[in-house]
Design a protein around this ligand. Structure first.
Ligand code: NDP
Ligand code: MG
Length: 400
């Protein structure tokens, strides 16, 4: 029986993870569940899965959850970052699903790596911000990182020696990262500039949380995934090509020196990579319908358009600048996306805020978590100032 801590259990990835766990009650136990403040959803999950611990980041939400569960189940309720770190590194935990969205997921993801857990990594932002620290911690503690992001899971499956847990790059010439192109793939630049949050969140193939849905619409998601691939597989950005594939059936590919190209295909359902991560090195049922190639009939591939989607260029530039530049890029993106979703800025302002923030915050060596978190804080402050200016709201921090 594997004891699993599901961090971000109330979100899109968290719910899919619990769906796979529920299909294998003899094999996995949801030992801990964690979220921010969705009390009702977490309470319902606790009633079904009876975890040992439930964690709410928000202390008031933790008090409410404790009161709601009183007398109903034996789950102990913890609060705040300490509670998250405690379950992520607890001796009884075998696997940690890191599915908190954004920079908020970094400390618990790092704690799981430092504790040598099987790390099911959905929270790509933690690798983008602190890839060096996270990979070093995993190496030192012997943590196996299983990528849950569908593209990286596909690449992991197509690399040599994936079954041994340390995929190498022998004979590999390129990694081909596929991108759906998002909901605005065929839209004009003018139409994209006027896009609403509802339109940006209406992904054609995947059902996901709102932040990653907007990232998919700007193509920042692919920029973050490029960096994610470089850290996970120890490759330079020049060895990763991005290919737009609107059907999201080929989840990514690995090209070898002899001309062979291996791909992983499947219906766009995150339960496939989640089941792969949970069951690895064995294959387990994910509840996903088999792929019907005849019904699909045709698959398409095209080059990404960096003119209409400047976020891809910005992520590449941040990767080239290295150091804390990616943490800055990530933080500015989180602030800009939040503002866009709240109606504070337009869609076209998202890359503008990121570019201005990258220009203002100089990268430094990411020598510790403190250094990365300081860069994250600085970038958020600068990005918030640019958001306020674009949204024509009062200037919170003065001229920067
Ligand atoms: P959702 O927005 O659906 O869920 C986010 C989860 O994180 C919720 O459980 C939320 O809790 C929790 N959370 C948010 N803020 C905090 C915080 N400060 N502290 C603790 N918990 C917090 O996101 P997704 O499931 O879509 O994405 C999760 C991660 O997985 C992201 O990093 C994303 O990039 C990655 N990913 C997602 C994919 C997908 O298909 N959805 C595909 C590939 C990667 P609450 O409900 O209380 O707010
Ligand atoms: Mg992905």
């Amino acid at each position: 029986m594997q004891q699993v801590a599901v961090l971000g259990s109330t979100g899109s990835i968290g719910v899919s993870t619990l769906d796979v766990i529920a299909r294998h009650p003899q094999r996995f136990r949801a030992w801990a569940l964690a979220a921010n403040r969705s009390v009702d959803t977490l309470a319902a999950q606790c009633r079904v899965f009876q975890p040992r611990y439930a964690v709410m980041m928000d202390p008031d939400a933790a008090d409410t959850l404790r009161a709601v569960l009183e007398g109903e189940c034996d789950t102990e309720v913890l609060a705040g970052p300490e509670g998250l770190q405690q379950v992520a590194s607890h001796a009884e935990v075998d696997a940690v699903m890191a599915a908190i969205v954004g920079a908020a997921g970094l400390p618990s993801t790092l704690a799981a790596a430092e504790a040598g857990k099987r790390l099911l990594l959905a929270n790509k932002e933690s690798l983008v911000m602190a890839g060096h620290l996270l990979m070093a911690a995993a190496r030192k503690a012997g943590a196996v990182i299983l990528p849950i992001d569908s593209e990286h899971n596909a690449i992991f499956q197509c690399l040599p020696a994936a079954q041994a847990g340390a995929p190498g790059l022998e004979g590999v010439s390129k990694i081909l990262l596929t991108a759906s192109g998002g909901p605005f793939r065929s839209w004009s630049a003018e139409a994209i500039a006027a896009a609403t949050p509802a339109q940006a969140c209406a992904h054609p193939n995947w059902s996901m949380g709102r932040k990653i849905s907007v990232d998919s619409a700007t193509l920042m998601n692919k920029g973050l995934e490029l960096i994610e691939a470089c850290w996970l597989f120890d490759v330079a950005p020049s060895r990763v090509d991005i290919v737009v594939h609107p059907e999201s059936i080929v989840h990514s590919l690995v090209q070898y020196v002899d001309g062979s190209v291996l791909a992983q295909l499947g219906n766009p359902d995150m339960r496939t990579p989640i089941a792969y991560g949970l069951g690895w090195p064995q294959r387990i049922d994910a509840g996903v319908a088999p792929l019907d190639l005849v019904a699909l009939s045709r698959l398409h591939f095209e080059a990404p358009d960096e003119a209409r989607f400047p976020c891809l260029r910005l992520a590449r530039e941040a990767a080239a600048a290295s150091g804390t530049a990616m943490a800055v890029c990530n933080a500015a993106n989180e602030i800009a996306v939040e503002a866009f979703l709240a109606g504070g800025i337009g869609f076209a302002a998202i890359p503008e805020v990121i570019e201005a923030t990258l220009a203002a915050v100089s990268p430094v060596e990411p020598t510790s978590l403190n250094v990365v978190e300081a860069a994250d804080r600085d970038a958020r402050e600068v990005a918030a100032w640019h958001v306020a200016r674009k949204g024509d709201r009062p200037n919170p921090g003065g001229e920067k």
